[in-house]
Design a protein around this ligand. Sequence first.
Ligand SMILES: [Zn+2]
Length: 230
Amino acid sequence: MKIYSDPRLLSLGIVHGTTAREAGNMRLAENTQALFSSLNIPEENILRFKQTHSDRLICVSSAEQARQIRQNAVEEADGWILSGLRGFGAAILTADCVPLLVWDEKANVVGLSHCGWRGVAAQLPQKTAQAVRQCGGKGRLCAWAGPHIQSCCFEVQQDVAAQFPGCVLHKNGKMYVDLNKEIARQLTAARLNMQDIRFPYYCTCGDRANFFSYRRDHTKDAMLTFIYRP
Ligand SMILES: [Zn+2]
């Protein structure tokens, strides 16, 4: 099964990545079950929330807290910070929005946030990095973004363009936003080094063979980005 992931995180033993279209619509339980069982991840230990395009982050720092979150009704939020947890993970759905991972040197603290343009405008990438530090992240932080809509396809109108000064491209009388540029700006403002920020160029909207895209297809089909620390 094709999974997009970051070699730096893999080398730290963190199971993670973003699924491709071939894994199916990850809103369906049968598809998430197939994914997690193929990776030997206990799905009952994967934290999920109801995504609302907010800037709310939930920091989880004990197994007991993680179990409580699993037992209770799904909370509304757009980012997880997992601090010092083993045997637990988290997952988010995307279909153009940016799945952003931020972690500290030893991946003792990992953040996973769902950054649509509203979340980016609300500074969610910067808040994710700051929360990784506040929840115990030490030393250099690293970041990676899974497949999302790129500036080749992210055409916007003036109302959205106005929220991303310095990140708008003009082409044939149309406007496109470069979310990567704005996210990198926020992460460097949170004291990450440019060379520790990696955004592989996969465009969900432009690559129909590999990705679902809400903007292209207007369906609710979605990919899953997950992180799990054994
Ligand atoms: Zn594109």
